[in-house]
Design a protein around this ligand. Structure first.
Ligand SMILES: Nc1nc2c(ncn2[C@@H]2O[C@H](COP(=O)(O)OP(=O)(O)OP(=O)(O)O)[C@@H](O)[C@H]2O)c(=O)[nH]1
Ligand SMILES: [Mg+2]
Length: 320
């Protein structure tokens, strides 16, 4: 199960306490209390693993180690280690307390989400000409505490949309490194799949059916993953009796989710062309003329058609 929306609580490390103590060396008496170490920060780091939010399925609270207390004989407490948390690229981090959002957009990007508390000063730092034997020291400061909502919104360049069983996953598997499950029934794919074609990320978005926007089937929860997709590949199966109707169903669901989706450039594919005669295919393509003058026929059993898809992707990448 893809975890793509989760609430967690995070606590950065608290600062260690400063120490009040005096030098045990009789030759140089005086304050010698060390300072507390700083608390560890909580740092989010972008990774390509889409399932990285799965770590929060059961564990909803994370904290970084505290700084240790200072000790006598000028011993400062060690700092708490920073906690590095791996987060999938495309995660929007909503801070529910400050109402500020930040976002991980690149692999390797690091954001300090909660700062560790400062360590308190030991009495050594309070010595002065007036007071050579201070007994003052500070407590460490608390680490930052926040409630966060982590929402994964894939940043794919191309989103594959279409009714179930039209061959979206099959094409993704053919032209990328993906190994999505493929089968001759609806809803084979239950979660978005990603594939990479050179510099482009392609996302196969399952579950769009008539009424998805009102919660039917898998619903439209996966559409948030195409909100930021630049281009759609819209798949229509040659097996269908009424391609225009199929097309309209998907467009309606996209619109119900967010009308902006309809403004994105799209390419219309007619899939499984090997299943009909060339004359039949021609007829079907003609039936789509009012949608677009440029319909792309594909079949995973037709090498030339796959090559054309790859050429198109190369062009899209060049423009990117
Ligand atoms: N003959 C033929 N069959 C195809 C082609 N592409 C896909 N199929 C078959 O069509 C069926 C559905 O393909 P999928 O790739 O699972 O379709 P999907 O759109 O991902 O379906 P869901 O995951 O259910 O939304 C499978 O049995 C595929 O083998 C094609 O070009 N030609
Ligand atoms: Mg599929």
């Amino acid at each position: 199960m893809l975890i793509d929306d989760v609430k967690i609580e995070i606590t950065a490390g608290h600062g260690g306490k400063g120490c009040a103590s005096f030098n045990k060396n009789l030759m140089s008496l005086g304050p010698a209390g060390g300072s507390g170490g700083h608390g560890g920060n909580i740092i989010f780091q972008g990774v390509s693993d889409l399932n990285a939010l799965g770590q929060f399925r059961y564990k909803k609270q994370i904290s970084a180690p505290n700084g240790r207390d200072g000790k006598g004989q000028f011993c400062d407490g060690p700092d708490g280690k920073d906690l590095l948390v791996k987060i999938p690229v495309g995660t929007v981090i909503h801070n529910l307390d400050t109402e500020k959002d930040s976002e991980i957009t690149k692999v390797g990007q690091e954001i300090v989400i909660a700062k560790g508390g400062q360590g308190g000063r030991g009495n050594f730092h309070f010595r002065s000409a007036k007071n050579t034997s201070p007994t003052e020291f500070e407590e460490g400061k608390a680490g930052e505490y926040f409630n966060l909502r982590l929402e994964l919104k894939l940043i794919a360049d191309v989103g594959f949309v279409g009714l179930p069983n039209v061959g979206k996953s099959s094409l993704l598997n053919e032209i990328t490194n993906a190994s999505a499950k493929v089968a001759n029934y609806q809803f084979t794919t239950l979660e978005p799949n990603l594939g990479v074609h050179y510099g482009l990320i392609l996302a196969d978005i399952p579950g769009l059916i008539e009424g998805a926007s009102t919660g039917k089937g898998l619903g439209i929860k996966f559409l948030k993953h195409v909100e930021r997709t630049k281009i759609f590949f819209h798949f229509l199966s040659v097996e269908s009796e009424d391609l225009v109707k199929d097309y309209d169903i998907i467009r309606k669901e996209l619109q119900a989710y967010n009308p902006i989706l309809l403004e994105k450039p799209e390419y219309i594919f007619i899939s499984k062309t090997d299943m009909v005669s060339p004359a039949e295919l021609e007829k079907k393509i003609k039936s789509l003329k009012k949608l677009s003058s440029h319909i792309i026929p594909i079949s995973i059993h037709d090498w030339d058609s796959l090559q054309k898809v790859k050429d198109l992707l190369n062009e899209i990448e060049k423009e990117k």
